[in-house]
Design a protein around this ligand. Structure first.
Ligand code: FES
Length: 127
């Protein structure tokens, strides 16, 4: 492993500067691969157009193969809030990006679960 090369690549990708991370499943079980890839392309487009590649609302995006819910997709999870979405197809991507990623308000009609990750160092050290 070339750690310094990986660190350089991570830096080039902006890793370390992001506010959120969107994991979008592109199927094939929760949705067709076509629907998943259309949603993925729209997510990339919207993140770029809305200036979320850097800055205070910078958002990293990752296309994944399965988030284990496997129906009513595309399924997505957004961290650090841990908001899980269903039906995040192409036509729902723009309202999702505007509401959640730009304004910080989850698009409630598509939210199916919540699993925020806590970073309370005090409590984790006490156990
Ligand atoms: S294939 Fe998308 S959640 Fe399993």
């Amino acid at each position: 492993m070339d750690k310094s090369k990986l660190q350089e690549n991570a830096k080039k990708l902006g890793i370390g500067s992001y506010t959120r991370h969107v994991l979008l499943c592109t199927g094939p079980s929760c949705c067709s691969e076509k629907e998943g890839l259309e949603a993925w392309d729209e997510l990339k487009k919207q993140i770029k157009e809305k200036g979320l590649s850097s800055g205070v609302n910078a958002c990293y995006r990752t296309k994944v193969g399965c988030l284990r819910l496997c129906e009513s997709g595309p399924i997505a999870a957004v961290y650090p809030e841990g908001i899980w979405y269903a039906n995040l197809g192409k036509t729902n991507i723009e309202p999702f990006v505007e509401s959640h990623l730009v304004n910080g308000k989850p698009l409630e009609n598509l939210v199916i679960a919540r699993n925020p990750l806590h970073h309370d160092q005090t409590s984790s050290n006490e156990s």
